[in-house]
Design a protein around this ligand. Structure first.
Ligand SMILES: [Zn+2]
Length: 305
């Protein structure tokens, strides 16, 4: 299945991501053609557009939920072909307009030893994401944006990254939840400026809202009907990981390096980029354990209280 209609009575589709990094793309056919997060496999997007006798050059507007390369992958390429408008929030926009700034935002400053490996990963699996481009319309939290007969509401939901934004279909009562993605892997907060507490608050805001369903960026079957219970299980991953990290510290691991000798989050890979994400995620948990008064962390050395 390459694309999926979201609801019988609407011309809104999800173009399914494809292999790694499997990032789904929303496509709206109304008076205009709008695309949210052009990170899916290009063939899937083109196959869907062909159903409407269209191609990439006919896209009018592209929305970006946040700056992660898997979500912005084809934005600049589509813009080159179609001259479409690109819309992003006020945190994402300057990062998209300056990819060096984006790399720093994600923790990969010039001298970072993993930067070159991360760039290689992006250029092989998300080719185009590091191309320089320009945002046309900058939107803020709660701002509404009309696409044909659809009204979209921007909803800043930080934590995954500070610029993470969900997009609500106001009258249709569903939410594109982006990387609040309900995957089995659980939440990703693998950058220095990610935040566990903000992520939890953002998840709770969605749980407390009344939608018909939410749409995930990273599920093969992207429509999540029972989203409240799915998000409760998703949120539990924070505590499960934190317990494992705490156990590891009790067992004598006295530094982040010692903890990641036996990875807790990325258990199936020794790839240096993922181990860096693991390291940053563990550092967030160490701060959390410290705030809870369970451990003491001083000059890189950690011990249980
Ligand atoms: Zn992301």
């Amino acid at each position: 299945m390459r694309f999926q209609k979201i609801r019988d009575d609407e011309d809104i589709y999800v173009a399914i991501g494809g292999p790694f990094p499997l990032c789904n793309t929303i496509v709206i056919f109304s008076d205009e053609i709008a695309v949210i997060d052009p990170g899916c496999r290009m063939e899937n997007l083109r196959a869907l557009l062909r159903e409407f006798e269209s191609d990439l050059k006919d896209i009018d507007v592209v929305f970006l939920s946040h700056i992660h390369p898997d979500h912005i992958t084809h934005a600049t390429r589509i813009n080159r072909l179609s001259r479409c408008r690109i819309v992003a929030n006020e945190i994402t926009a300057p990062l998209f307009n300056d990819k060096e700034r984006m790399k720093r935002f994600l923790g990969f400053h010039t001298a970072h030893p993993v930067r070159v490996h991360w760039e290689r990963l992006v250029n092989s699996a998300m080719y185009g994401a590091l191309d320089e481009g320009q945002i046309d319309d900058v939107v803020s939290d709660n701002e509404r944006y009309t696409v044909g007969r659809y009204e979209l509401r921007m909803m800043m939901t930080p934590g995954h990254l500070p610029d993470h934004m969900c997009i609500e279909f106001v009258n249709e009562r569903f939410l594109f939840a982006a990387d609040i993605d309900c995957t089995e892997f659980g939440p990703f907060y693998g950058h220095p400026n990610s935040s566990i507490n903000q992520f939890k608050e953002s998840i709770d805001r969605i749980i407390d809202s009344e939608y018909e369903f939410i749409i995930s960026s990273h599920l093969w079957d992207p429509i999540v009907n029972n989203y409240k219970s799915a998000l409760e299980s998703y949120k539990k991953q924070f505590d499960i990981r934190e317990d494992l990290i705490y156990m590891s510290i009790i067992d004598g691991a006295d530094s982040v390096e010692k903890i990641i000798e036996m990875p807790i989050i990325y258990t199936n890979t020794s790839d240096i980029v993922y181990l860096q994400f693991e390291k940053w995620m563990i550092q967030h948990h160490i701060r959390s354990l410290e705030q809870k008064g369970l451990i003491i962390s001083k000059r890189g050395k950690i011990r249980a209280r």
